[in-house]
Design a protein around this ligand. Sequence first.
Ligand code: UDP
Length: 406
Amino acid sequence: MPRIAVISVHTSPLAPAGGHKAGGMNVYVGELTRELGRRGNAVDIFTRRTGDEPTVVETENGVRVIHIDDGNADFSNPEEAYIFLPRFLRSMYCFLESDGASYDVIHSHYWLSGWVGNMLARRWNIPHVTMFHTLGEAKNRARISEHESARRISTERRITATADKIICASQDERNILVRHYNVSPARIRVIPCGVDLDSYHPIDKAEARKRLDLDGSPLVLYVGRIEPLKGIDILIRAAGLLDEEGIPFQLLIVGGDDKSSTERRNLEMLAKSLGIDDLVTFTGAVSHDVLPLYYSAADVCAIPSYYESFGLVAIEAMACGTPVVATRVGGLTSTVRDGETGYLIPWRCPEPFADKIETLLMNEDLRRRLGEAGRQAAEPYRWQNVADQVEGAYHDLLDLTQESYS
Ligand code: UDP
C-alpha cells in the first residue's frame, strides 16, 4: 500500500464547504482520502494552519490532517498565500523530521499545492501527481472574475512541465491543458469527481420540505460558493423574468459566508431592484450532510456558472433525482445530459435559463422523468470508482519507478 502525502495548502478538507474559500476541492480531498484510507492506504494531508487547530487531527480510517504554520494567519486571495509557500515547506520539513513519516507518492491539489508538490518531489525523488481543480487560463477565458495573475499561470506551467501525472476531472479541462499549457496527453488522466450515493439519494419531496420548514411553492435551488464566476446574477435575473410571467416559485440560494458578504449584498440588491426580494432566500452555507434534503426538496437545481471545471453540485442534484439547468461550460457538458437529466444553456444570459426553468416547473411528469434519469446517470460517479482510478494512477507511477531501478 503506498504512503501518500496529500498537499492541500490553502483549503482544508476539515473546513465546512460552501464558504468563500471552501467548496468542491475540500469535498473532493475529504471524500477521496476517506476512501483511500478505508482501503488501507496511509494518507497524510498537509494544509496551512489558519487558527488554533491541533497540529495533527486524525480523521476516519486513519487519515491524518496535519496543520502547518506558514506564518500568515489569513489571506483574502490565493496570491497572498503564494508568498508564504517557502515557509510552509520549511515548517513541513520540521514537522516530518520529528514525526519520521515518509512517503511513496505526492498528490497535490491546486496550483499553490502543485508548487509545494514539485519541491517535495525533487527533494524526495518520488512521483508527483497533481490536480489543478481550476486553471488560471480557463478562468481568464471565462472573462468574468478578476484577472488571474501571470504568476499563477507561469507557476501552473512549471507544474505541468514537471509533475509526473496530471489528473483532471473532465475532458474539457484536459483540452485546456493540451491546448493552452502544451501538456502531452500521455501525462494526463481524466478521472471525473464523485458523489456519496449512500447519503445523496432522493428523499420524499414533501418530507424534505417539511424538515426544512419550506412551504409548497415550486422551488428553484442554487448551491455553491457565492462569487461572480458562479453567475448567480444570471439566475436572479431569470427569476425576475419568471415573476414577470406570473410563474409561482421561490428561489433558495445556499452557500456563502462572511467573506462573500459583499457579493451577497450585491445580489440581494439585484433581487430587490427586480421586485423579487420576497421570493429569493439566502440561507448561507449548509452542512454537506444536510444538502440531500435541499436537493430533494427542490424542483430544479440551477447552475448558472460562467465556468466550472467539474461542478460537483450537478452530480449531487442528479443523485437526489433533481433535474439540473446549467450553463454549457467545462465539466457540466459531460455530467448533465441535455434533454435527459436536465438542460444545458449555451448562452450566459437569463432568458434561456428562465425558459428551461419554466418548462420544468410547469411539467411534473418531465421533472420526474429527468430526475429518475439523473439518479441513474449519477451511479458511475461513486467515490469508490474515483478512488479505484486514482489508486491506479499511483500504482502505474510506482511500477514505473521500480522498473527504472531494476
Ligand atoms: N457545498 C456545501 N454546502 C454549501 C454549499 C456548497 O457543502 O452550503 C458543497 C457542495 O455540496 C459541493 C461543493 O460545495 O460539493 C461545491 O462544489 P462545486 O464543484 O460545485 O463548486 P466549486 O466550489 O468547486 O467551485
